[in-house]
Design a protein around this ligand. Structure first.
Ligand SMILES: [Zn+2]
Length: 570
């Protein structure tokens, strides 16, 4: 049995994510996890919320809540939505967990001991009234470029000019409104990535099978300009993991926290510890420590392209730099962006469909199928309502749903609600079984390679093959001439329903449950032997006709939704 450690990029705690976020990491990771489990392999699938940093503090302030309460509440919200989409995490953790605090402090201590952390003195804006240093986003003033009076310390939202807080005219703190600000010296820690450039580059060069999208981004950061730069890993904030060297204080770093991008990937490991703490597992080290059994684990990460630099450079620098036997990622599957109906999804403008809204209008399987079969792999992809309607109505309702409905209803009317006996397979059936065998092996190869779109295409072709068989064999005509032959045809077709349920489960898990329930079987074994799998339901096996498996989307619905999600959510 192979062992697969699978992580999805961890979504930021602040707000509900849109469908573009979902298809960029969590959903394809779930597809792969479900497939590997379906093949009988051992899987640990982890995800978490990314809870530290300034945006969480700002959102909590806006919501009038202490930031810890805000994060706890939003974690529950995201957790419920993940369940709604059937994301089958073995654990959905939190980067603010005690486990991640301890582990992040541990890594910082070890890296410091190995000479890979240096202290840097910088100047930063300090607010006397607030008694704290202010991150750029906490400072507003008049834009020196366009005169806009609420430009932020890092950027003017009116003219989009990148700014430095000292550029602002009449700067003030957004916390207290105080204008009593001054530049003060503050000390920060930097991870010496530049010292590790050769080691990281050699490691990336050893990954000849990685997608070009992943390696090209990593190479750009390694070699463009002055090459890989050291990176600040601490911030003057209250909310975050306190800077410590292991479990002891770090002189001069009192009151500071680690930068969110330093602690977030470490949560992948801490999440496995949380999984054990939650009594869902017993041994996290055999997944993460190569000296404790993780050397036979295949570790795959899923993420959007914007997250690639941190996963190919900063996190590996942390792991390699520690000199400890932690498991390194084996494969990084990265995605381009999903756009929305001629533009971009926009969280701030409420443009596009957000995960909670999607589940209000249709069940998870509809979204899962469309998103995965249109995953932005080789280039950006676009969601349009026309395409969504077409794909759902054709693939799910006309092809798969209709097959199930015709076969079960016909059988009930002619043979009753059980798999009919009698008759033998002829040339048409043999040809179908051969085609399905070839296609099933192709589907497996695409799934193993994490080729999401190609997998969906092959699965659709497998559904289509059944429909075409039904058209050719035409048991409703055969029945009049040769009822025995029609019985054999329908027996094969009923077995195809179970076969489809099992193969389709990674994409549309609820349909798998519905179809297996209708076929009154719990046999979800993967069809390693396709001909045998197509005789799993023996003559006399009872079934029921399921309700409509997939319904069609009407033109009126499509138009309503198009208007509703054009952008006004608040
Ligand atoms: Zn401006």
């Amino acid at each position: 049995m192979a062992r697969h450690l699978i992580t999805s990029a961890i979504p930021y705690i602040n707000g509900i994510k849109h469908l573009g976020n979902l298809v960029g990491s969590q959903l394809p990771a779930d597809l792969f996890a479900r497939y590997q489990r379906g093949r009988g392999n051992e899987v640990l699938f982890l995800c978490a919320t990314d809870e530290h940093g300034t945006p969480a503090e700002l959102a909590a302030t806006k919501a009038g809540q202490p930031v810890a309460d805000y994060c706890a509440e939003m974690h529950e919200v995201q957790s419920k939505i993940a369940e709604g989409f059937r994301l089958s995490f073995d654990h959905f953790g939190r980067s603010s967990s005690p486990e991640n605090h301890a582990l992040t402090q541990h890594f910082a201590g070890v890296l410091a001991d190995r000479g890979l952390i240096r202290e840097v003195v910088e100047n930063q804006m300090y607010s006397k009234a607030d008694g704290r240093f202010l991150p750029d986003r906490y400072i507003e003033g008049t834009c020196p470029n366009c005169g806009f009076d609420s430009a932020r310390g890092d950027q003017c939202d009116n003219c989009t000019k990148q700014l430095d807080p000292v550029d602002l005219i009449n700067p003030h703190s957004t916390i207290s409104g105080s204008t009593d600000l001054e530049m003060r010296e503050t000390k920060h820690l930097y991870l010496c990535q530049s010292q590790m450039k050769d080691e990281i580059e050699a490691w990336i060069d050893s990954k000849a099978d990685w997608p070009v999208l992943t390696t090209s981004i990593a190479k750009k950061w390694l070699n463009d300009g002055d090459g890989l730069q050291d990176r600040g890993i601490t911030r003057d904030l209250d909310w975050g993991i306190p800077v410590k060297k292991g479990d002891v204080d770090w002189p001069g770093m009192e009151g500071k926290v680690f930068y969110v991008w330093f602690d977030a990937p470490i949560e992948y490991i801490a999440c496995a510890q949380e999984w054990v703490a939650a009594n869902k597992g017993t041994d996290w080290q055999r997944w993460w420590r190569t000296d404790k059994g993780a050397d036979d684990v295949t570790y795959t990460q899923f993420m959007g392209k914007d997250n690639v630099p941190f996963h190919t450079l900063t996190f590996p620098a942390t792991i390699l730099g520690s000199g400890e036997p932690w498991k390194l990622v084996d494969y990084i599957k990265s995605f381009n962006y999903l756009n929305y109906d001629g533009g971009q999804f926009s969280t701030s403008r409420g443009r596009g469909v957000f995960m909670d809204q999607a589940l209000e209008i249709l069940p998870a399987d509809y979204w899962r199928w469309w998103l995965l079969s249109h995953a932005p792999e080789s280039s950006d992809a676009e969601f349009t309502w026309e395409n969504f309607q077409l794909s759902v109505n054709k693939d799910l309702a006309d092809v798969l749903g209709n097959f199930v409905s015709r076969v079960t209803k016909f059988c009930r009317s002619k043979f009753g609600e059980e798999v009919p006996a009698g008759g033998e397979f002829g040339e048409t059936e043999t040809a179908l079984i051969e085609e399905l065998t070839t296609r099933t092996r192709a589907y497996e190869a695409h799934m193993e390679a994490m080729e999401v779109r190609k997998s969906a295409q092959e699965l659709r072709a497998i559904w289509v093959a059944g429909n075409e068989y039904l058209q050719t064999a035409a048991p409703w005509s055969t029945f009049k001439e040769d009822p025995e032959k029609a019985a054999a045809q329908i027996r094969l077709a009923l077995n195809l329903i179970r076969f489809y349920a099992v193969l389709s489960a990674p994409f549309i898990p609820d349909a798998k449950d519905t179809l297996l329930a209708a076929m009154q079987t719990e046999n979800a074994n993967w069809p390693d032997d396709v001909p045998a799998a197509l005789t799993a339901l023996a003559p006399g096996h009872a079934f029921t006709v399921p309700d409509v498996t997939f319904r069609k989307i009407t033109d009126t619905e499509r138009e309503d939704w198009q208007e509703r999600f054009a952008g006004t959510r608040d």
